[in-house]
Design a protein around this ligand. Structure first.
Ligand SMILES: NC(=O)c1ccc[n+]([C@@H]2O[C@H](COP(=O)([O-])OP(=O)(O)OC[C@H]3O[C@@H](n4cnc5c(N)ncnc54)[C@H](O)[C@@H]3O)[C@@H](O)[C@H]2O)c1
Length: 407
């Protein structure tokens, strides 16, 4: 069955549940998008089933560790490469690795961990020679929009050089499928409401966004030159248990829990797409299992949540009132943005299942549990190398900016 056949059957078959995606089509011209997709005649790739050994880069981080957990649970073996940098508290990353190690305790060969830089040639060659992974899930990167403006070079290093190095090794070692994390931040310069993969994203507005766009371009080149199967995934703000402390969902829950001030920019009506971690893991694993020759997919929830509703839900599930400081609208802030996930739905069978309320409730209860057990610590305001990052200490309250920015 081709992509075209699937779209036709989806259009004709009312019984197929496209709840989330129909909410998208009410605002996007569905006939316009579908006719663009129809032209492509993409052959649907059947999922590979059975055992895999998967190299998960960034496997100590938020998304990578959740993907690794899922893969180990279903019986795959996992090889992790992570440099354990201090962009946020390294104890969180060590905790993630410990959790994975405990899962497979006593089961030799299920999990190998390599601590080092993906750009280090000798180190990575050694890892590929020893492990010979046939499937790569490349999540390692310097993340964060604003820190990339302060130190663009580290983003060029980890994101562009790192991804190129991994694709070089992947084609030399005959990797069957290379899946990597791109980002919704590539849409940064766009004034659209629903972001579609068809959109031109040639105007990234931060070094981070530019680095992700560069990875998408290089990925095409590796596909073109060496027939490497490559899929790039544009994640829309991912949150959940073990989430990154520099991102709004964690920061909101943390600050409301501790009674610290939140700055609300504008009237709270601006809206963004937030995706719960289990939905992202589902999309990543669906992509790993389906070696498309070259594809880019949005992975989001497919509908937005306003800043006001976001804060209300955090208050409800933390059980405390937020200390909100109203701030004027920021010039250039777009009122409503969210992912058009129809392509991922058609080609991967992806459909986000977790509502924002359920996701925030789960995240808030994880946060309470993690603090009770002293598993996490609020990150210091500066990294060891002196670069700034998302502040969270009471002394820096005035610097806190909890606007919703795409990641
Ligand atoms: N979390 C989100 O909302 C979001 C949104 C869009 C895109 N992404 C992308 O998803 C991926 C995973 O993000 P995350 O939220 O889990 O971030 P994370 O920071 O928790 O994980 C990234 C991991 O990569 C490692 N790493 C960075 N540079 C490395 C290098 N040179 N060598 C080896 N390891 C290195 C870090 O130590 C970290 O553990 C990233 O590529 C990120 O850009 C995330």
């Amino acid at each position: 069955m081709t992509y075209t056949d699937t779209i036709k059957s989806l259009n004709n078959n009312q019984s197929i549940d496209l709840e989330d995606t129909t909410s998208v089509s009410s605002s996007v011209s569905s006939s316009e998008t579908d006719s663009l997709l129809l032209e492509k005649e993409i052959e649907l790739v059947e999922p590979h089933v059975g055992y895999k050994k998967v190299l998960v880069t960034g496997g100590a981080g938020f998304i990578g560790s959740h993907v690794a957990e899922y893969l180990l649970n279903r019986g795959d073996d996992v090889v992790i490469v992570d440099e354990m940098n201090d962009y946020y508290d390294v104890k969180i990353k060590e905790g993630n690795l410990k959790l994975l190690e405990e899962m497979v305790e006593g089961q030799e060969g299920r999990l190998s961990i390599y601590k080092g830089d993906i750009c280090d040639e000798a180190f990575m060659l050694d890892a590929f020679e020893k492990e010979k992974p046939e499937w790569v899930c490349h999540m390692a990167a310097r993340a964060g929009v604003r820190p990339s403006i302060q130190d663009p070079y580290i983003y060029i290093h980890s994101n562009i050089k790192g991804t190129t190095h991994l694709m070089e090794l992947s084609h030399k070692f005959g990797v069957k499928n290379f899946v990597f994390a791109s980002s919704s931040s590539v849409y940064g310069g766009s004034s659209s409401t629903y972001f579609s993969e068809e959109e031109n994203v040639d105007n990234p507005v931060s070094p981070y966004a530019a680095s992700k766009k560069a990875c998408e371009l290089l990925a095409y080149t590796y596909h073109h030159l060496y027939n490497l199967n490559v899929t790039g995934l544009r994640f829309f703000t991912v949150y959940g248990p073990r989430g990154r402390p520099d991102m709004a969902p964690f920061k909101f829950i943390d600050r409301v829990s501790r009674g610290l001030e939140l700055q609300q920019f504008g009237d709270g009506s601006s809206s963004r797409d937030y995706t719960f971690i289990s939905d992202i893991v589902d999309g990543v694993v669906r992509s790993i299992d389906r070696p498309y020759p070259y594809q880019i997919f949005n992975l989001g929830k497919g509908n937005g949540t306003s800043l006001k509703d976001f804060i209300d839900l955090v208050q409800k599930h933390v059980g405390k009132k937020a200390n909100i400081k109203m701030m004027p609208d920021q010039p250039g802030d777009v009122p409503y943005t969210c992912a058009d996930v129809r392509k991922a739905s058609y080609l991967l069978g992806y459909k986000a299942k977790v509502s924002f309320e359920e996701g925030i409730s789960k995240t808030a209860s994880w946060y309470r549990h993690a603090f009770e057990k002293d598993l996490i610590e609020i990150c210091p305001e500066r990294q060891a190398n002196g670069l700034g990052r998302a502040p969270s200490a009471p002394s820096l309250v005035s610097l806190v900016d909890v606007r919703q920015s795409p990641q």
